[in-house]
Design a protein around this ligand. Sequence first.
Ligand SMILES: Cc1cc2nc3c(=O)[nH]c(=O)nc-3n(C[C@H](O)[C@H](O)[C@H](O)COP(=O)(O)OP(=O)(O)OC[C@H]3O[C@@H](n4cnc5c(N)ncnc54)[C@H](O)[C@@H]3O)c2cc1C
Length: 299
Amino acid sequence: MKNLNIKELSSHLKNQIKVNYKLDKNSWFGVGGITSIFFNPNSKEDLKFFLNNFKLKKFICIGSGSNILFKDSGYNGVVIKLGKEFSKIEENNFSIKAGAGVLKNKVADYAQKLGISDFEFLSAIPGTIGGGVYMNAGCFENDFSNIIEEITVIDLRGKEHTLKRKNILFEYRKSGISKNFIILDVLFKKTKTKIPSLIQEKIDLLKKQKKISQPGNIRTGGSTFKNPANKKEKAWELIKKCGCDKLVFGKAKFSSHHCNFIDNSNLASTKDIEKLIKTTQEIVQEKTGIKLELEIDII
Ligand SMILES: Cc1cc2nc3c(=O)[nH]c(=O)nc-3n(C[C@H](O)[C@H](O)[C@H](O)COP(=O)(O)OP(=O)(O)OC[C@H]3O[C@@H](n4cnc5c(N)ncnc54)[C@H](O)[C@@H]3O)c2cc1C
């Protein structure tokens, strides 16, 4: 491995590397400090060149930042966000393959046009396929673990690996995929076929249900806490029952529409959002004995 400096890397990977880059626009929360290096590879070759020529000590790969809260103090490492060549979708004999950078709703629409069902729920979750796989995102009793055949990842040395579904330890909102892997693309299972108009009807219905149950057009990271396993009350019910839905720290507060969602329309600092999260966890634990586990990723 060569160990090029950032200037040498930048001259090869034109316009793909930014130094001391502000992260706020890369998170739905709209806040966050500066990362030492932001790398937006156009293609797999560029990503491999970077991995082969730079000693990566600390990094995180992000999708569209709909589940990420960046700290005010920033990130002392490399933030990688996959660029345009990771946004391809293709189909072979009714089996869909999508790049990690493709938005989930694009895959839902693509499948609908081909009359391939079981991808409808993707239309109701923001963000990319890579972020969805990593989080095992889901809704309406479905999640990524049900539709994946295999995924391709790349390690820090630039070597690709194929992970078969049966070897990925999916759990509720967790894939168990190592943070040392970058997800490159996903081959989905061959599922049922249906008349496209029926698939569209289901997509419309799911989107409508989501609109009713969750706030739209606010700065948020979706569900702040996971629903506790084997408990009859959901995270939002526990938050409400314990009176935490009314907590405010600086500009940080929960949404009045859905109290497991933080409403960051007023652009609170991450410090205040973290205070809101920690205090809620403490109060809920004290009053109910249940530990609320974070669903959003604080980086
Ligand atoms: C309004 C709203 C509604 C939401 N509704 C739902 C819902 O119904 N169900 C649900 O499950 N979630 C929901 N979410 C949360 C979020 O949209 C999902 O977790 C989504 O899958 C995250 O995708 P992303 O591209 O934004 O990932 P990011 O937020 O950018 O990243 C999420 C995690 O995935 C990792 N990651 C991202 N890309 C890669 C990659 N290529 N390789 C390796 N790791 C990667 C990141 O490091 C991070 O740990 C909602 C969020 C919002 C804002």
